[in-house]
Design a protein around this ligand. Structure first.
Ligand code: FE2
Length: 377
């Protein structure tokens, strides 16, 4: 048994120097933000929220903010060559640039993390418009990924200064029931997991709450290792993966090759009715990884009683896993761009606080079949 569940060690007088209120938004740099926004709206059920571009004074880029319940995505594209956004897309393809975190004090978040060794991405900056003031700052993390700290307690507007409200009365997709970001996973290079674990511990005050080694996460062909980092209050969770030696190329290596470096592998979005949500997503064209139907033959022996009927889970390919505190249901999309890089997870937690370890093997065999089809195994 190689998984270790670490107990929460709280020292007397412990002060969380980086209290995080949750994920504020996830920003993707994409080749065509107008069309990407349309895809996430039509396929995932996001609604139009705000727009920034040349019309609002942004000369070199256009950004579309879309929202579903507490989930906000920003799709940003360069409208000229020769700038960091264009270079990012040339190198990585479409991908996550910023995992933005809500804080009460963006200046303090920047000061506390940079003094502990974080590289500054953006010094605290106060943005103002008629709806008030929003303060943001940022630090660099793995690859070219950044964390932005967003302080919006004195801001009443829909999104942020620089944006104007955006909606299309003729196109208002209904929600698919996605609620909030559950966790965001980063893929890092060989032997880079522990340095990044140390970074999240020392620079951001996170704790390592779960560890999976290559015995937990391996198939006949490939392996990876993962450590789950959680913010002090548990509102933000960042699992970090690195490849491990196997007979063939691991999925993390395939990601690193095609993303051309480290970056965000998947964003997990929570729902409180996974059957309904996945049915909606599939009917709107979202493609998911499929495990063999044999997965369901002994499912209830493995996980015990669950509230859901087995048939719809089997029909849709939804996976189930149990830990000491309850169970969870989850499903993983195929990559959402042509490079085999970023994908999404849909997750419904019924007490479980873990990440579906019992599904890793079945799931990775499904991923390997896809890798094989791409000629990358
Ligand atoms: Fe996940």
């Amino acid at each position: 048994m190689s998984t270790t569940l670490k107990t929460d060690v709280k020292q007397t007088g412990f002060v969380d120097f980086l209290p995080l209120e949750g994920t504020d938004y996830v920003e993707l740099y994409v080749g065509n933000a107008k069309q990407a926004a349309h895809y996430y709206m039509s396929a995932f059920g996001f609604q139009a929220l705000a727009y920034a571009g040349p019309e609002t004074g942004m000369k070199d880029k256009a950004s579309y903010a879309i929202r579903q319940h507490k989930l906000t995505l920003v799709l940003t594209t360069p409208i000229r060559p020769g700038n960091p956004i264009a270079d990012h897309i040339y190198k990585h393809g479409d991908g996550v640039k910023a995992l933005s975190l809500r804080v009460n004090d963006a200046a303090s978040a920047w000061k506390e993390t940079t003094k502990r060794g974080a590289k500054s991405y953006m010094e605290p900056l106060a943005l103002k418009d008629e709806d008030g003031e929003l303060v943001m700052s940022g630090i660099e993390v793995y690859g070219e990924t950044v964390h932005l700290f967003i302080e919006r307690k004195n801001y009443r507007g829909a999104f942020m200064p620089g944006y104007r409200p955006w909606s299309n009365p003729h196109f208002q997709p209904t929600s698919t029931g996605l609620l909030y970001v559950d966790h965001c996973v980063g893929n890092v290079g060989w032997n880079q997991m522990d340095p990044w674990v140390k970074f999240y511990e020392e620079v951001m005050g996170f704790k390592n709450i779960l560890t999976f080694d290559d015995e937990d996460i391996s198939t006949e062909y490939s392996a990876l290792m993962s450590k789950v980092m959680s913010s002090g209050n548990g509102f933000v969770k960042f699992p970090i993966n690195e490849p491990a030696e196997g007979k063939k190329k691991s999925q993390v290596e395939e990601y690193l090759e095609f993303y051309n470096g480290e970056g965000v592998q998947h964003v997990a979005m929570a729902t409180d009715n996974i059957v309904k949500t996945v049915r909606e997503l599939m009917s709107r064209g979202v493609e998911f990884l499929k495990v063999p139907t044999a997965y369901y033959d002994d499912l209830l022996d493995r996980v015990g009683h669950i509230d859901e009927d087995l048939e719809p889970l089997k029909e849709l390919g939804i996976l189930v896993d149990r830990d000491n505190e309850g169970y969870l249901l989850q499903l993983f999309s195929k990559p959402v761009e042509d490079r085999p890089t970023l994908f999404f997870e849909i997750i419904q937690r019924k007490g479980a606080k873990s990440f579906g370890k019992g599904n890793f093997k079945a799931l990775f065999e499904a991923i390997e079949r896809e890798q094989e089809a791409r000629g990358n195994l």
